[in-house]
Write a protein that binds this ligand. Structure first.
Ligand code: SAH
Length: 344
């Protein structure tokens, strides 16, 4: 059976037309499920009985089960969700001064094999469906609704490479953004990619105003090949021009994520190379204190080094921020919670 949460608004309109209905049915359904939180077709009182039966025959409204939930002292909530086929993925809710942000997983496992990342410890088993990404957001939204709040931001930075699941991620983003549904502004949505160049270029043509973040983490091919094997396929001399092309077409500034790992990518030479590499772009750098993963032996850089990196970039014409950390008392780093539970 199809899942109603798999459809962006325009896709649902097409579905309705295929069922010999007027397209406004999509608006009615969106309003019930996303605005009113009603997932039972029988309660959709402005839809006639016979079409309700058709909906029930064709679509499920099932969401997601929670296997583990951890609440941090700082308000971060991390969940291990169980999918219909028994696979597990993580999602995280974070409380910022500007609102509530959900970090969504886009795949079960990941094939990108970044050396520092816990997600890649488990290879990709499959892509998540749009409905499985929506379900993560709706879970945290209903958690917040009990406190009179709601999800205001979504970052696709959980397990998985979103551009390796392009079509479903795009439907997901369109669904989040739809004014008849959750109505999360495009500028409140961030897609983070390890740098799949053809998809960055394709994404530029979608003309969406969502934020694009590029996981850079190294400023030379030599080091990036080691930390992020995707660089062997799409090296920096292809990645940076693709980013510039994206900026030109979308008129948006890109974020470069740079994890600082002790004695690996945190020297002043690394910093100068980074500055020179991205200077031609309009991008800014989000410096991320590394969240250690026991399995790989990497350590986080000292605060002094992080600050030196930050100041050098600022002094040399690159906007830069240091990422705020959440959930240090729970398994909030990418893939840590699932990895722990798979091993049991
Ligand atoms: N595949 C996508 C999105 C998932 S990772 C990507 O590569 O961007 C989201 C971000 O978290 C990436 O920048 C990733 O490099 C970073 N990350 C992964 N493991 C981390 C860790 N242990 N500590 C800090 N950041 C980490």
């Amino acid at each position: 059976m199809k899942n109603i949460f798999d459809y962006s608004y325009s896709s649902l309109e097409k579905e309705m037309i295929a069922l010999n209905q007027k397209s406004f049915r999509a608006k009615q359904i969106y309003s019930w499920i996303y605005k009113k939180g009603v997932y039972n077709f029988d309660l959709m009182s402005d839809i006639n009985k016979s079409f309700i039966e058709t909906l029930k025959e064709n679509y499920s409204t099932s969401l997601i089960d929670v296997e583990v939930m951890q609440e941090s002292k700082d308000g971060t909530v991390k969940c291990l969700f169980k999918l219909e086929d028994g696979e597990k993925v993580e999602g995280v809710l974070m409380h910022y001064v500007y609102g509530y942000s959900v970090c969504v997983s886009s795949q079960v496992g990941c094939n990108m094999s970044c050396a520092f990342c816990a997600s890649g410890l488990l290879k990709k088993k499959r892509n998540l469906k749009t409905s499985e990404m929506i379900a993560q957001v709706l879970y945290f939204d209903s958690y917040l609704k009990k406190k009179g709040k709601s999800v205001t931001h979504v970052v696709i930075m959980g397990t998985g490479e979103p551009f390796d699941n392009y079509d479903n991620v795009l439907e997901f983003v369109k669904t989040l953004n739809c004014p008849y549904g959750l109505d999360i502004g495009a500028r409140h949505i961030t897609i983070s990619t390890c740098g799949i160049v053809p998809k960055i270029l394709q994404f530029a043509d979608e003309k969406l105003q969502v934020n694009l973040a590029i996981s850079l983490h190294a400023s030379t091919n030599e080091l990036r090949n080691i930390l992020m094997p995707i660089n062997k396929t799409y090296p920096l001399e292809e990645l940076i021009p693709a980013v510039m092309e994206y900026e030109k077409k979308s008129n948006r500034q890109v974020t470069f994520e740079y994890i600082l790992i002790k004695k690996i990518n945190d020297s002043m030479v690394d910093c100068k190379n980074l500055r020179d590499l991205i200077y031609p772009t309009h991008g800014y750098v989000n410096l991320i204190p590394y969240n250690p993963v026991i399995e790989n032996g990497y350590e986080r850089s000292d605060n002094k080094i992080v600050n030196r990196f930050h100041n050098y970039l600022l002094d040399n014409g690159i906007k830069s921020t240091i990422r705020k950390e959440f959930g240090s008392d729970i398994d909030a780093a990418c893939g840590q919670l699932r990895a722990k539970h798979e091993k049991k």
